[in-house]
Design a protein around this ligand. Structure first.
Ligand code: NAD
Ligand code: 022
Ligand code: ZN
Ligand code: ZN
Length: 445
């Protein structure tokens, strides 16, 4: 483990400040397979970080953009926004990460500046600091770090992780536990975090509540898993593809319904047949605006909340009768689950590492080598796929120092834990105690 780090670090010292030639999956134009070819990656400028990518999960937005459906999609570009990597070098003024740090690039940045009304507000994560540049496919100085034979290649959502090396803003870089499993944790870069956050942050689902989840892809399944963890008493999953039901039930769904298999009943009437006044929380994880309407109208009369997670196709609009809201239903939405990326993504990684939740069920496909990127896309198109992870560079295995709990007892508002570990320095087993206060909600003062 020590060797790996110093080897890589020595290698990174060689490349720092220089152009790196490496392989990337370039989207030259819409609807064409990705072209795995050699590109040039410029060194990071002020406030930027260059990252060597380990793993990348495919998300639908990448494909949506590749298929030319995003009117704002720019070509040629390097897609990808659900990844893990290691910092190779940093630009001027970068202090929060250094070469060798393990990171998750995030498409919602967190500038943390005192005059950023979004970063300073606990109820939102929509830091606008570099939003305009992200939309234009460039870095905050207005230029791209990617090119091939002198031709500029655009960035995508501030991440562009379908590449052996990428450059992102420091404020988009979440530094995570160095012992994290990078092939799994890439999932926390988008879909799973979003589903969890919609439940914990945007809706704050309460114990004993009733929940409907439309769309049981990775995002909807993550909603199911989080709703179960939050103590929901009745969770219904809805999907046109019944293959998704087995996993949904494993993650906590009490019932699953396929709208095409309930006779002439509408899904709305079917679900109101179970809970007459509607459900405490409903989630759209499909991106279909008709589903969004059903989800809103299935929210409980008087107080039910419906959260839009799915991203609708360009130009689509939602509709309902105003009376639905007058009658107390709340329509809300989420971007990246409301997580403040640099602060909270590392906490999600820690939660997985403590064994309090799992990412394992979401990885249905795993491919090795960037040249497999188009197979990864084919896998996502098959109805069987939840998430397909593409390993771009292998990481040498690293083993965390083993610390085990000897005893744990209640002490004031928390726990005292006695831990033991083997100390290399002292060449013997050592013990220490820590006090862990009970955790508060993230927005509690
Ligand atoms: P996915 O394609 O894997 O899952 C969508 C599921 O919805 C599929 O299982 C599909 O069969 C089902 N479905 C489609 N139409 C349906 C209908 N009419 N009724 C019931 N089920 C239907 O996608 P995913 O990765 O889980 O992402 C889900 C959505 O969330 C996408 O629109 C994605 O763009 C969006 N998303 C939003 C954010 C955010 O921050 N708001 C973040 C990530 C993803
Ligand atoms: C990620 N998404 C869908 C699948 N995977 C996704 C798409 C868009 C957003 C969030 C997740 C999103 C919601 C709100 C915004 N975006 C910002 C709106 C605004 O700033 O006015 C969003 C984000 C980044 C980009 C585009 C839209 C981008 O980098 N191009 C966060
Ligand atoms: Zn995504
Ligand atoms: Zn900010």
């Amino acid at each position: 483990a020590e060797m790996e780090k110093s080897d890589l670090l020595a290698q990174f010292k060689q490349t720092a400040g220089k152009v790196i030639k490496c392989r990337a999956a370039v989207a030259w134009e819409p609807k064409k397979p990705l072209d795995v070819c050699e590109i040039e990656v410029q060194p990071p400028k002020k406030g930027e970080v260059r990252i060597k990518i380990f793993a990348n999960a495919l998300c639908h937005t990448d494909i949506y953009t590749l298929d030319g459906h995003d009117p704002e999609g720019l070509f040629p570009c390097i897609l990808g926004h659900e990844a893990t990597g290691i910092v190779e070098s940093v630009g001027e003024g970068v202090t929060s990460v250094q070469p060798g740090d393990i990171v998750i690039p995030c498409y919602t940045p967190e500038c943390r500046e005192h005059d950023c009304v979004f970063c300073q507000n606990p109820n939102t994560n929509l830091c606008p600091k570099i939003r305009a540049f992200q939309g234009k496919g460039v870095m905050p100085d207005g230029t791209s770090r990617f090119s091939k034979d002198g031709k500029t290649i655009y960035h995508f959502m501030g991440c562009s992780s379908f590449s052996e090396y990428t450059v992102v803003a420091e404020i988009s870089c979440a530094k995570i536990n160095p012992y994290a499993d990078v092939n799994k944790m890439c999932l926390l870069g988008c879909g799973i975090s979003t589903g969890w956050g919609a439940v914990f942050n945007n809706c704050k689902v309460k114990p004993n509540s009733t929940v409907v989840v439309f769309g049981l892809g990775a995002v909807g399944l993550a909603v199911v898993q989080a709703a179960k963890e939050a103590g929901a008493r009745f969770i219904v999953g809805v999907d046109l593809n019944s293959n998704k039901f087995e996993l949904a039930k494993k993650l906590g769904a009490h019932e699953c319904v396929n709208p095409t298999q309930i006779g002439d009943k509408s899904i709305k009437d079917y679900l109101l047949g179970i809970e007459k006044w509607g459900y405490d929380y409903t989630f759209d994880c499909t991106g279909n605006v008709k589903v969004m309407r059903d989800a809103l109208e299935l929210a409980h009369r008087g107080f039910g909340e419906s959260c839009i997670i799915g991203v609708a196709a360009a130009g689509h609009e939602i509709a309902t009768r105003p009376f639905q809201l007058v009658a107390g239903r709340v329509w809300k939405g989420t971007a990246f689950g409301g997580w403040k990326s640099r602060t909270e993504v590392p906490q999600l990684v820690a939660k997985v590492m403590r064994g309090e939740t799992t990412l394992d069920p979401y990885i249905s496909h795993f491919f090795k080598g960037i040249e497999k990127v188009n197979e990864t896309i084919d896998a996502l198109h098959s109805g069987e796929c939840i998430r397909a992870v593409l390993q771009i560079s292998e990481r040498e295995p690293v083993e965390a120092p083993k610390v085990t709990t000897v005893s744990s007892h209640r002490h004031f508002n928390g726990y005292v834990k006695r831990m033991k570990h083997f100390s290399k320095v002292n060449n013997c087993e050592m013990q220490f105690s820590i006090y862990i206060p009970d955790r508060k909600g993230r927005t509690d003062k």
